[in-house]
Every structure is written in structure tokens, then in C-alpha cells.
Write a protein that binds this ligand. Sequence first.
Ligand code: F6R
Length: 248
Amino acid sequence: MLRAMKLMPLSEKREAIAQAARRIIDFVAARPDAVLGLATGGTMEPLYADLVAAHRAGLSFARLRTVNLDEYLGLAPEDPNSYHSYMARHFLDHVDLPPENAFIPRGDLEPMRAAAEYAGVLDRLGRIDLQLLGVGENGHIGFNEPGTPLDAPTRVVDLAPLTIASNARFFAPDREVPSRAVTMGTAAILSAQSILVLATGEAKREALATAFDGPISPECPASYLRLHPDCTVFADHAAGAGLMRLCA
Ligand code: F6R
């Protein structure tokens, strides 16, 4: 079985987040004009706080270009539940990254057009230098849900029932969680030069164990990361407890 993913020694949650953030901070300091792929979700909120703190301590994002993995369809950028709003709230409003350098799919366009436009953005930017990823409880990366082939393009996707249920925690009780999204495809994710995965909490244990130790299969898109030559995984004890191999 291939095991190209590099697992960093498991640590406490705060430490795993700090280490992943440090990796990004060092990367931006060394490559200030790079293309950085970004993720959203609960896992990443404290990581963005660390990036904002680094900016306040002097790190500039002014020459960076960022590309997000995904956006819900049906939500306008100004909707508080959109990933545009998430990125503004947790990162973009607090750093010197020019708004025109931050790319996120549009959730308010006609779906096929939103996907085609975002695919065009990714084509124009070229290869992503470093891609940050979280992992879904079902092993998704971006919104590439179980069943996604290795070479899927950037496209419109139906969210898995587990993803919708899990993301409901971010929505007010009277709001419906979107069931469709535009996601960067596995092809673009896997062609990034380097990949950094952050997984914390018990809910990620099974997905992480399958990604590392199960078959490389569409049933767990995170398992495709084993085929990538430079993928580093930061996990806390809770997420990593099911791993057969405990450190790099
Ligand atoms: C977010 C994304 C997703 C999340 C994943 C984990 O842009 O693409 O793959 O990284 O669903 O989400 P949390 O961190 O909320 O558990």
C-alpha cells in the first residue's frame, strides 16, 4: 500500500493548528507571490486567527493570490453563510491581501456558469503552489464527495447527506443548508505543488484512518492524497487515534 502522505507527530488540537499555521506563515514569507489554495470550515477558523496574528506581527499577504476550494450554490457573496463571508470574517478583512487577488467561486451565478468561470480562474492562475485542505467526515476533500474520480474537474456537485447534516451547525435553524456547491476538482487539488491537510477532532478519526490505511478509492477521496508526492498531514490526537502508523 502506498503511503506517500507524511503524517506529522500527533499533538493537542491547538498545537496541531499552530503547526499547520506556522507552515503556511513560513511558506508565505518565503514565497510572497505564490498561489495559495485555501479551505473553509470549522477546523480552519483558529488557523486563520493565527495567520491574522502573523500579519499583525509583520507578515504581508499583499502579493499573494489565494484560491478557495468551494462555495455553496444559491448563496450570494454577502450572505453570512457564504464562504465569501466566511473568508472575509476570518481572514480577508484583517490582512493586506488585495480583494482582487482572492478568488472564491460565485454561488449566486447560474451553476454551470459559476463552475466554468471558476475553472477559468484556476486555469489562468496556473498550478497552485500550496493547497490547504480539511477533510470531511466522509473523506471528502473540497466538496469532492465519495464517488468522485481521481481526475474530476472543477464543477457543480451535489453535497452528500452527511455533509449537509454536518454543515447545518453553521446555519440558523430556520435556514436551509444548500445542497449544491461549486468545488475545485480533485484534478486541480492533486496537481498542487504541495498539500497541507489539517484534521482535528474525533469526528475525523474514521475518515483519516481510511485515507491513510484503507484502499485508494473514490469512496474516500482523501485517500487520493496518498498518490501526491508532497502532502503533509497535521492532526490532533483525537483525529489521529485510529491511524495504524503514528508518525512520520
Ligand atoms: C471547506 C471544504 C471542506 C472542509 C471539510 C471539513 O472549504 O472544502 O472539505 O474542509 O468539510 O469541514 P470542517 O472543518 O467544518 O469539519
